[in-house]
Design a protein around this ligand. Structure first.
Ligand code: ADE
Length: 418
């Protein structure tokens, strides 16, 4: 078997970590049990480009239990847990191509190694498999049933491909399922981003001015958690509705040009490019700590920052100090790559449980509905979303009410008023 990982000797540590994660993934585990019996993915070749974490290992086990032949590479050069890569190779004979800290060329050569499986299904987190297939490996398109996409940034890329008429196979936007973004983006990113910032810096959040750039689901989660830890939170936005929501949620809202003068911590989660630029770095206080938790490392303009820095050096794992000509120091975390996976371990297993349940069931859906899907971006079907919520509630021991026949009738009638 062909694979490229750091060290197969790390597999035992990987096994213990994956076992620990699995204890918080009851929904995915129940899907795995069914997949073992039903084998809905028998004969399917599945290429995955995901963060190689303990939770991803559970998803890979589930897909393999369903009969899929899998190859996996990383969706970010800094997010791989090398012990998980070793575990998947040693215990499950899954070809993994991922090494934490790999350079850009290795990252893309790993994507190409996964594509050499000639996948029938793609599973992306950021759309790098899909974009590489469309730009360099069009020969694979004929054999592809469809793909799934995990994250907001990837879904935006795919929708833009569909709108431009260039998308050549159907895609399921896993990110848009309610059981994904309402939990993973909000509670997962919220907690793990704070976790990454704290692990990288060991600084106190309480009493600080914490600037959150963006107010989508991930940013809402971060603002809520920073606030809960005693920070004074400022939100920056370009969308008036979201900005208004941030105001009503109790946060100060202002342009980044103003926020840059007063923040102690900054974190971008917008999905857009150059959100914090040269003019903002120049305004920051001495000692400002700046990070990104958006998918790609494009949100901080680090090239301009390097251009205005007299000195740059690593002062601690995950912290680069930049000394500006005004004498102030700016500290950049994890080279501007997503801080929750680079300095911490990503979202906790109990939220990935639902996200990856969506992935597994969407792969099954693609196989079942193979012939009647068009080359566009689909939502996860509502019955899958509701079933995942039902299973999660059951695993938590939470019971809910059901409508009485009278209530059901009332909801589908229009005659009865005051
Ligand atoms: N994205 C964010 N957190 C993750 C995790 N723990 N595993 C896989 N993908 C993730």
């Amino acid at each position: 078997m062909n694979y490229d990982i750091k060290d197969i000797g790390l597999a035992e540590k990987g096994k213990l970590s994956v076992d620990w994660a699995n204890k918080s993934m009851p929904v995915l585990n129940s899907i795995k049990e069914r997949f073992i019996k039903d084998r809905p993915l028998a004969g399917v070749r599945l290429g995955a480009c995901l963060h190689v974490t303990t939770e991803t290992a559970s998803l890979m086990e589930t897909l393999k239990a369903g009969g899929a032949k899998i190859a996996l590479c990383a969706s970010n050069p800094l997010s791989t847990q090398d012990y998980v890569a070793a575990y998947l190779v040693k215990y499950h004979e899954i070809p993994v191509f991922a090494i934490r800290g790999e350079d850009r060329d290795t990252y893309y050569s790993h994507i190409n190694s996964v594509l050499s499986l000639r996948p029938n299904i793609t599973m992306d987190d950021g759309a790098d498999l899909v974009s590489t297939i469309h730009s360099e490996r069009e020969d694979l398109i004929e054999g592809i049933i469809g793909g799934t996409e995990e994250t907001t940034t990837g879904v935006i890329r795919l929708k833009s491909m569909a709108a431009n008429g260039v998308l050549k196979f159907p895609l399921i936007a896993v990110n848009d399922a309610d059981t994904k973004h309402l939990f993973d983006n909000r509670y997962g990113t919220g907690q793990s981003t704070i976790d990454g910032i704290i692990r990288a810096t060991n600084r106190l959040i309480a009493g600080s001015v914490f600037v959150v750039c963006g107010y989508g689901w991930c940013s809402r989660g971060l603002a809520m958690r920073a606030n809960g830890m005693g920070a004074n939170v400022i939100v920056t936005e370009v969308n008036p509705l979201r900005a208004l929501e941030a105001v009503m949620d109790g946060f100060r809202v202002m342009p980044i040009a103003e926020a840059s003068k007063i923040g102690d911590f900054f974190c971008t989660l917008t999905g857009d490019i150059n959100v914090i630029r040269k003019e903002h770095f120049l305004e920051m206080k001495d000692g400002a700590i700046v990070s990104n938790s958006g998918h790609f490392n494009v949100e901080l303009d680090l090239e301009s920052l390097s251009g205005i820095a007299e000195y740059k050096g690593r002062i601690r794992e995950h912290i680069d100090a930049y000394k500006l000509s005004n004498g102030r120091y700016i500290y950049i975390l994890a080279e501007g790559r997503l801080i929750n996976l680079a300095a911490a371990e990503g979202h906790p297993s109990s939220v990935m449980d639902m996200s990856f349940a969506n992935q597994a069931l969407s792969a099954e859906f693609l196989v079942k509905r193979n012939s009647d899907l068009e080359n566009t971006v689909y939502s996860v079907p509502q019955d899958i979303d509701k079933e995942i919520a039902r299973l999660k509630l059951a695993s938590l021991g939470v019971r809910i009410d059901i409508l009485t026949p009278e209530q059901e009738k009332y909801l589908s009638s229009w005659q009865m008023g005051t």
